[in-house]
Design a protein around this ligand. Structure first.
Ligand code: HDE
Length: 687
């Protein structure tokens, strides 16, 4: 408790703690008598070097920042738990996979890759999906992405890839964007990256919410059972809310309207008790199956189609607690793919092998000490015993004694290795030591084609538009013609769409692939829209109100929101609310601060003079126009006609323009489909 004393004397403290015990202190615990004024020689004199309170405060502030992550700098995290569905002992002896009653704590950090810490959430980019499991046998970090394949096959190419996507070195831009020459120059010269480039140009790279993203371990891992038997696995996270995305034009506008769109969405959902959930599933297979695939399971540029190996669900993850201190937790969390536990093991994927080195190394430079595991967010929640000594920021004071080595026999000495501790799978090695890429990694086009062919029509349209945007932002014509050459190998329609959108028909480079691509059957599991759930759960619906709006309608929408698990926001011309038929309708958001891009569906509930007024306001017209352009379902009352007229839209234009005059059931039924894709060709065109 503090009290405010208005002394009117600029030199006196204005806030005081109720007692000395509650006073602010220095880092040394010394109570502070004045937190408003530095120590001066006289009321208008110079500040004295003696002021240790000022110096400590400013020094600490000066050192507040630590180096941001070289990649994945912008991220957002939350706590939760993992719970297996049943004992997975047939596959793995990992302790946290055995007891369906046991919840293992987790910390998850989602991130974008290319942008810096202050960049906007809705950059077109891969999303990091990193999970730290605090298991009873140590921390297991599953450091994955929301795209199941990677741009490069060998870790030695990672610095090149990242330098190409980061701001160009002379000019220092563009920020958080792949739409520039250096990135597409690298991709065009590195055909192994084409498969992931297609994913990155798809709607996967502009997710609607962290809660609506799939996650992938990307590499093939091993699960090891109690007998030491190894089963290969690919890890998948499947969101309970389904995978959902925004549209590109929407992403651009959200970045301006609400650059924190994703982090806010996660924070708000958890605060509201609407805890996001994912299912952890594996694709499990053995050596014989691996040998039969026409790609290499050690190649991170390839996925295993679910038509070949279906998913086996093994447990669920729920995020149910926001962080208390962003810096201490989300910023200082240190993920390392090398954080591995008994029951799981690595494979020889050369990308994974490089990562096993890189992350520990980067934590040393970011967190400044090999003792980073002692920071609370990184601390295992099981006992830790070893004889590591010293280092910056050593917090651990071992029990009294002389022993810091093993083996030992002096009093107080203990702790030795145990055969059931982590032991690497005994894989036989036979080949020569060489710098080489396996021939089985050489087909760079078949799976890119598989991905393209597995997309629905709107999704293919979006990929074409994305390539047109990205390549259109490249200044060097040869970067574009080379990429067109690759797209032609992947699929003629893809090439033709992009070439036509760029106005560069007939200009594709002639490229001969190292291995002739095959013609795979489409796999619907690779499409977002093919498996989109029909639901309003987790989505946001806006009701635009103004003077004269039917209060009963607003109440009905709110009630529906509760029943369907949707978030309802009342948007009014002013934050003070609007006078409805039943009194003041309270507003959650003011129209000027809340464009329709931040919602999934809208109801235009304005009528009479309220509607006429809004028909003349740019914010209201943009609200409706954007909802239309972004293929959203738009509910309306008859009185909203002036606003529709003002933007030249019919109230009966298509399935997605729904009257709520006689009730909201029809609106709800259509809004569950999320977007009206048939509308899209009428409002945007690839070229
Ligand atoms: Fe990372 N990556 N990466 N990466 N990565 C980092 O580690 C690296 C790769 C991924 O929320 C860095 O702590 C190399 C694949 C995520 O804190 C760094 C290679 C996948 C995160 C690093 C890869 C990822 C990182 C930067 C190629 C998906 C954020 C800061 C061999 C399976 C984790 C840090 C978080 C972060 C290196 C490739 C995912 C520099 C060398 C493939 C989710 O160590």
């Amino acid at each position: 408790m503090s009290k405010t004393i208005e002394t009117g004397n600029g030199g006196e403290p204005q806030h005081q703690a109720a007692s000395l015990e509650e006073a602010l202190t220095t880092d040394q615990g010394v109570p502070i008598s004045d937190n408003q004024n530095s120590l001066k020689a006289g009321s208008r004199g110079p500040v004295l070097l003696e002021d240790f309170i000022l110096r400590e405060k400013i020094t600490h502030f000066d050192h507040e920042r630590i180096p941001e992550r070289a990649v994945h700098a912008r991220g957002y995290g939350a706590h939760g738990y993992f719970q297996p569905y049943e004992a997975a002992k047939k596959l793995s002896k990992a302790a946290f996979l055995q007891d369906p009653e046991e919840k293992t704590p987790v910390f998850v950090r989602f991130s974008t890759v290319a942008g810096n810490k202050g960049s906007a959430d809705l950059a077109r980019d891969v999303r990091g999906f990193a999970v730290k499991f605090y298991t009873q046998h140590g921390n297991f970090d599953l450091v994955g992405n929301n795209i199941p394949v990677f741009f490069i096959q060998d870790a030695i190419k990672f610095p090149d890839l990242i330098h190409s996507v980061k701001p160009e070195r002379d000019r220092g831009f563009p920020q958080a964007q792949s739409a520039h020459d250096t990135f597409w120059d690298f991709v065009g010269l590195t055909p192994e990256s084409l498969h992931m480039a297609l994913w990155a140009m798809s709607d996967r790279a502009i997710p609607r919410s962290f809660r609506m993203m799939e996650g992938f371990g990307v590499h093939t891992f091993r699960l090891i059972d109690a007998e030491g038997k190894s089963t290969y696995v690919k890890f998948h996270w499947r969101p309970k809310l389904g995978t959902q995305s925004v549209m590109w034009d929407e992403a651009l506008k959200i970045n301006g309207a609400d650059p924190d769109f994703h982090r806010k969405d996660l924070w708000n959902a958890i605060e509201a008790g609407d805890y996001p959930e994912w299912e952890l599933a594996v694709q499990a297979f053995d050596d014989e199956q691996a040998d039969a695939f026409d790609f290499d399971i050690l190649d991170a540029g390839k996925l295993i189609p679910e038509t070949l190996i279906p998913l086996t669900p093994i447990g669920k993850m729920v995020l149910d607690r926001n962080v208390e201190e962003f810096f201490a937790e989300t910023e200082q969390v240190a993920f390392c793919p090398s954080h591995m536990v008994p029951g799981i093991d690595f494979t020889n994927d050369p990308l994974l092998q490089g990562r096993l080195f890189s992350y520990l190394d980067t934590q040393l430079s970011r967190l400044g000490t090999p003792n980073f595991a002692q920071i609370p967010i990184n601390q295992p929640k099981c006992p830790v015993h070893n004889f590591h000594r010293g280092g910056h920021m050593q917090m651990h004071v071992p029990k009294k004694g002389r022993i810091s080595y093993e083996p030992n026999s002096l009093p107080g000495g203990t702790k030795a290795a145990h055969p059931q501790g982590f032991a690497s799978f005994a894989e036989q090695m036979t080949e020569d030591k060489r710098r080489i890429r396996a021939e089985s990694f050489a087909d760079h086009y078949t799976q890119a084609r598989l991905f393209w062919k597995s997309q629905t029509e709107p999704e293919q349209r979006h990929i074409i538009n994305a390539f047109a945007f990205e390549l259109g932002n490249c200044e060097m014509p040869h970067v574009r013609t080379r990429m067109l050459g690759h797209l032609k190998i992947i699929d003629d329609a893809l090439h033709d769409g992009v070439a036509s959108a760029l106005g560069m028909e007939g200009q594709a480079d002639d490229i001969t692939p190292a291995v002739k691509p095959k013609d795979p059957e489409p796999d619907p599991a690779l499409s977002i829209l093919a498996k989109l759930p029909e639901t309003l759960k987790g989505r946001k619906v806006a009701v635009l109100v103004a003077e004269g709006t039917d209060s009963g309608l607003v109440d009905a929408v709110k009630k529906m929101g509760k029943a369907e698990g949707a978030m309802i926001a009342v948007v009014a011309p002013k934050i003070g609310g609007a006078k409805g038929t039943g009194g003041t309708i309270e507003a959650d958001r003011a129209l000027a601060a809340s464009p329709s891009v931040v919602f999934d569906a809208v109801i235009i509930a304005v009528t009479g003079d309220g509607a006429k007024k809004l028909a003349e306001e740019a914010d209201a017209k943009d609200f409706l126009n954007d909802a239309w352009r972004h293929c959203k379902v738009i509910g309306h009352v008859p009185g909203a006609k002036p606003l529709f007229d003002a933007v030249g839209r019919s109230m009966d234009a298509d399935e997605g323009t729904v009257s709520v005059d006689g009730g909201i059931d029809d609106f709800v039924a259509v809004a569950k489909k999320h977007r009206i894709w048939d509308r899209e060709p009428k409002v945007t065109s690839p070229g």
